[in-house]
Design a protein around this ligand. Structure first.
Ligand SMILES: Cc1cc2nc3c(=O)[nH]c(=O)nc-3n(C[C@H](O)[C@H](O)[C@H](O)COP(=O)(O)O)c2cc1C
Ligand code: SF4
Length: 334
């Protein structure tokens, strides 16, 4: 099965195409200083050696200057040690490890704007992303993922629906992606062939803009693309009847046809078998899974060995947004 085949990007060999998607564990907040708590560390160490090709750590703040609501951070050297522990645990089992970096607490759906930041503010934010990425490299991570999806800060900078700036950070796609380009250029000053810069991209109004954005991101130096939802939050899309997956996966699979960098698709893929169909059809390079890894941390290993695992029930509201202990799949295992 193609999902179990290795793939090399730069000098990094991923043992298979299975990705654990980034997911904030809201029931286990970080310390007020953004340090990963013992409970959260345990959550990741439990999942670190579980047949995964790539684990992506949850949204991690690049700054202390915002109310980060119990989010973990990578804005201080104090944050390195626990992230290093997760990276080491992943590497022991041959899993690669990225941290998802985000500028927190700015969201389109909350009515926030990115249009009031001064150019000096954006330069400071650029430096914060670069320093956080450098810490990740120092901690032994194989790369970082810039969080440009789900209508948060970088997604708002990239989208014409939220970016109404009239300076160099606005206007056409090159202006809207200038901040990302500057971040990537800064990271490439210290990264080498053993460190990957990935980007989680949010979709746009339509597929044409999605493809243009993906191509511009690749031209800006993004080395791996992870496609998810964005602004607008919902959109109309004509999906062929025979396509077995949802609009988010469809968007990713269409983008894959138009870029040469590796593409991760995600959202409700649910089983390794279904992910493999996408891979065999060359509609992606990796299949990512979120809730299946929350419902059962050993989802990938158990699937590979044909053991029973607790599948995600696809609840109307995922309990992990509040407290994972209330997840019905987790309760079933106790
Ligand atoms: C509890 C929870 C927290 C999440 N946190 C993040 C996050 O930190 N960053 C992110 O990009 N997506 C986040 N997501 C979205 C997931 O990465 C993934 O895209 C989503 O769960 C869909 O995949 P799935 O159907 O396999 O679960 C989160 C999802 C859940 C359920
Ligand atoms: S709470 Fe429901 S949706 Fe969330 S992981 Fe558990 S079973 Fe899946």
């Amino acid at each position: 099965m193609k999902i179990f085949e290795s793939i090399q990007i730069k000098n990094i060999e991923f043992k298979n195409r299975i990705v654990m998607a980034p997911m904030v564990n809201f029931g286990l907040p970080a310390s007020p200083k953004g340090i990963i708590s013992d409970g959260l560390l345990h959550h990741y160490l439990q999942r670190a050696d579980a047949g995964i090709g790539l684990m992506i750590l949850q949204s991690t703040s690049v700054t202390s200057s915002k109310n980060i609501d119990g989010r973990i951070g990578m804005y201080s050297d104090e944050h390195i040690v626990n992230i290093q522990k997760i990276a080491e645990a992943c590497h022991k089992g041959g899993t690669k490890f990225f941290v998802q970096l985000a500028y927190p607490s700015i969201g389109y759906s909350r009515g926030d704007t990115i249009n009031n930041f001064t150019e000096a503010d954006l330069e400071k934010i650029t430096d914060k992303f670069i320093s956080a990425a450098e810490r990740c490299k120092g901690a032994g991570c194989d790369g970082i993922e810039l969080h440009g999806a789900h209508s948060f800060f970088l997604n708002m900078m990239a989208s014409p629906l939220s970016n109404k700036r009239t300076d160099k950070y606005g206007g056409d796609i090159n202006g809207r992606l200038l901040l990302v380009k500057n971040i990537i250029e800064g990271i490439k000053n210290f990264s080498n062939n053993n460190f990957i810069v990935s980007y989680r991209m949010g979709w746009n109004d339509n597929l044409d803009i999605d493809v243009q954005t993906a191509q511009a991101l690749a031209a800006a130096g993004v080395e791996m693309l992870h496609v998810s939802s964005g602004i607008p939050v919902n959109r109309e899309l004509r999906i062929p009847n025979e396509f077995m997956f949802n609009d988010i996966v469809y968007t990713g699979s269409e983008i894959k046809k138009h870029v040469s960098i590796p593409v991760i698709v995600v959202n409700n893929i649910r089983t390794l078998h279904r992910g493999n169909i996408l891979l065999e059809d060359n509609l992606c390079d990796f299949a990512a899974y979120g809730r299946p890894f929350l419902a059962d941390g050993s989802f990938a290993l158990k699937s590979m060995k044909n053991y029973d695992y607790e599948p995600c029930f696809n609840c109307k509201e995922c309990q992990w947004f509040v407290n994972g202990e209330n997840c019905p799949a987790v309760k079933q295992m106790i």
